[in-house]
Design a protein around this ligand. Structure first.
Ligand code: SF4
Length: 549
């Protein structure tokens, strides 16, 4: 602040992550976007809560505190699917665990409220976003109210927050109070007391005591209406208002974000330490946002949205050129060019993602005829990145949709011979149709078709490559019989998996609703939900090569 000649700040962001000034870190993006709008922004990263010194260090902001748990939900960050404490935290210096509290959004807000009376508090980040309405909390095994009611903040910004946060800053700057900000897209607020019109959909209320069937119907209502309608819900005795999501950034808007003056480094206070999450992404490129896969266990659709916004090749090339500058004399390996799903780059809906479309997924149960998903767009981009002076290898490490990729043998051939690296990660998630149906994933046939072509092209190029299949055990609807069937499938195809993911019911997903209620999301009929002991047995069956025969 002294170096910049600032004697006060407009906005202070408090985050549970270490501060890395890079566009893959939400706090950095929000800070840089607000700064580009002319606001003075400060960041308090991983404050030490044993005293108030860190939280008081930057004074009181003129407009608001923005609070986030960081890039992950703090409970997912801290605990495994067996509710055991993890050993490390990829978003902390040297991976040290315990640098943020459990339920960081609520804890930080309580401290800020205690220290700064009547200051405006805006919540953001994935934890606030996916706990924005009543939700099942796996760690307490109960339904919790919206984090807005639990924390007593003023407003939640959910999803990718650039547009909403700027709108909030401008409105507060113009003299409006937080309680007047009722209609900003991408926000959840306490409904104004004169908002008696209920021009929207009422979700089941008083969530702490609702039965499972009501919770199931409430989740269905949410997913049917959240894109187009205003939703209401009583939480902790107060009425909250959920506005529809913010408009997706256009490609040009997205490019402006990536062109902001990020230093692309961790803050110098971490000198001598490494931040594992940064190490992993420092040479990777985000080519687009959004995912229309709509897998039931995934929260990307509820956070980023399914509409794809892709950066131009020119914008991506410029970013890569900047990256290569630090590697004078050496060739830079670009470790990833992708997004939530790499081969969705450049794809779009022929009808421009109409609000009237009732499908949750553009891919399941079959690929929508209105989806335009030319796989060569991603391939062209990979070739362009490889052409940038100073670049050596270019790889794809983001997930791929194999059901889309099989539309182009040229794409699979290029992956096999150039861009997959030694090990390509694919996520069939299971082999059995009934389980895949509960997950909203395509049948295993498309995975088999992809693998066959992939290995054919590897052989032709004289390369030895592996596909690492990601599999989930313990998903609602998966029982021991389906695990046995998957074991037979793995043995038949000589697939040995090194790791199997245990299903974790993270807040607000459709699979989590099925886990909690024991009801099929579509039909409402009872389904099998594996207990932890069965989950372990399923895992043992899948890791067939690690068991004594
Ligand atoms: S019309 Fe098809 S491609 Fe367009 S949004 Fe709906 S499901 Fe997706």
């Amino acid at each position: 602040m002294a170096a910049l000649g600032w004697d006060g700040l407009d906005v202070i962001l408090v985050t549970g992550d270490a501060y890395v000034d890079h566009p893959s870190f939400g706090t950095a993006v929000i800070g840089r976007v607000l700064e580009a709008e002319g606001y003075k922004v400060g960041v308090i990263a991983q404050p030490d809560l044993s005293s108030d010194a860190d939280l008081l260090r930057l004074g009181r902001p003129r407009l608001f505190f923005g609070i986030s748990s960081g890039n992950m939900d703090s409970m997912v960050n801290h605990y495994t699917a067996q509710r055991k404490l993890r050993n490390d935290d990829a978003y902390s210096p040297d991976g040290e665990i315990g640098k943020r509290p459990n339920r960081a959004t609520i804890i930080y807000t309580n401290h800020i409220r205690r220290l700064f009376k009547d200051v405006t508090v805006v919540l953001g980040g994935i934890e606030a976003s996916l706990r924005r309405v009543a939700h099942y909390d796996f760690w307490q095994d109960k339904v919790r109210a919206s984090v807005l009611a639990d924390s007593k903040a003023d407003i939640i910004v959910y999803g990718m927050a650039e547009k909403a946060i700027v709108e909030i800053a401008k409105a507060l700057d113009a003299g409006e109070s937080a309680s007047e900000l009722q209609d900003i897209r991408g926000t959840v607020v306490f409904a104004a007391s004169d908002d008696n019109g209920f021009h929207g959909v009422m979700l089941p209320s008083n969530v702490e005591s609702i039965d499972k069937l009501t919770f199931h119907r409430g989740t269905q209502l949410f997913w049917q209406h959240h894109l187009a309608d205003v939703l209401y819900q009583i939480n902790g005795g107060r009425l909250i208002k959920h506005n529809p999501p913010a408009e997706t950034l256009t490609p040009m808007e997205l490019e402006r974000v990536y062109a902001l003056p990020f230093e692309r480094k961790p803050h110098p206070c971490y000198e001598g330490k490494t931040i594992p999450a940064f190490e992993q992404i420092q040479a990777s490129i985000t080519s687009h946002r959004g995912c229309y896969g709509g897998c039931n266990f995934c929260s990307i659709a509820a956070h980023q949205g399914r509409r794809i916004s892709s950066r131009s090749q020119a914008s991506i090339r410029a970013e890569v050129a900047k990256l290569t500058k630090d590697y004078k004399g050496k060739k830079l390996t670009i470790t990833d060019v992708g997004g939530p799903t790499a081969n969705m780059y450049g794809s779009h809906c022929r009808l421009d993602w109409p609000a009237s479309c009732k499908r949750r997924s553009c891919l399941y149960p079959s690929i929508c005829p209105n989806l335009v998903y030319d796989q060569e767009r991603h391939l062209d981009l990979l070739r362009e990145v490889k052409q940038v002076s100073g670049v050596g290898n270019v790889f794809v490490a983001s997930g791929l949709r194999h059901d889309m990729a099989i539309a182009s043998s040229a794409y699979i051939q290029a992956l096999a011979s150039k861009y997959a690296g030694g090990r390509l990660k694919l996520a069939p998630e299971h082999s059995e149709t009934e389980v895949l149906k509960q997950m909203g994933k395509p049948s295993i046939d498309s995975y088999m078709s992809f693998s066959e072509q992939f290995f054919h092209y590897c052989k032709r190029a004289g390369l030895k490559r592996q596909i690492i299949p990601y599999l989930i055990v313990g998903h609602p609807g998966a029982d021991l019989n389906s695990a046995l069937a998957m074991r037979r499938w793995l043995i038949k195809n000589r697939i040995k998996v090194e790791q199997v993911q245990e299903f974790t019911p993270t807040p607000m997903t459709i699979s989590t609703s099925m886990y909690y209620t024991g009801l099929d999301f579509e039909t409402g009929k009872p389904i099998h939900v594996p207990k932890p002991s069965e989950l372990r047995k399923q895992k043992e069956l899948i890791m067939w090569h690690k068991r004594r025969q």
